[in-house]
Write a protein of this length. Structure first.
Length: 145
């Protein structure tokens, strides 16, 4: 790296600092991955449950239902997504305080509400919207230093 490139990098860094920009901790990427994979799993499981029907009442029917359900490739992908989400959460917590990272998991609540309305025609009521907005407010307040 020559002197001109170093000077430009220093100028860019100083400009960001003057503008109040902070460098984002890359561990938040693991938090985002955790949220997205968790939401993916919830949506896929709901979709597949809707296709196979209600949980049966008899014991042998329940075993058959679960065996069939758990061998479904979509369900397997949702469960693997949950496993990867757990690993991602471990990585996030190795770099972040729990009290800083955990409020962001509430974003999964908002995403599930919106995606449920889009994909499953669930009602998006004023109370659900108000609740989601309160979650966003809580994210903002809870993530402050």
């Amino acid at each position: 790296m020559d002197a001109l490139q170093r000077k430009r990098l220093r100028r860019d860094r100083d400009w960001r600092r003057e503008m109040g920009w902070r460098r984002v901790n890359p561990a938040y990427g693991f938090v985002v991955a955790t949220v997205l994979l968790t939401v993916y799993g919830q949506v896929i499981i709901k979709w597949q449950v809707g296709k196979v029907g209600e949980f049966p009442t008899g014991a042998s029917a329940r075993v058959s239902y679960l065996a069939h359900f758990l061998l479904n490739p979509w369900v397997i992908s949702a469960l693997l997504g949950g496993l990867i989400a757990a690993f991602s959460w471990i990585a996030a917590l190795s770099k972040l305080e729990l009290s800083r990272a955990y409020p962001f998991t509430a974003a999964s609540f908002m995403l599930v509400i919106v995606l449920s309305a889009i994909f499953f025609d669930e009602k998006l009521t004023a109370f659900k919207v108000a609740g989601a907005l309160l979650v966003v407010l809580g994210l903002i307040v809870g993530s402050q230093t």
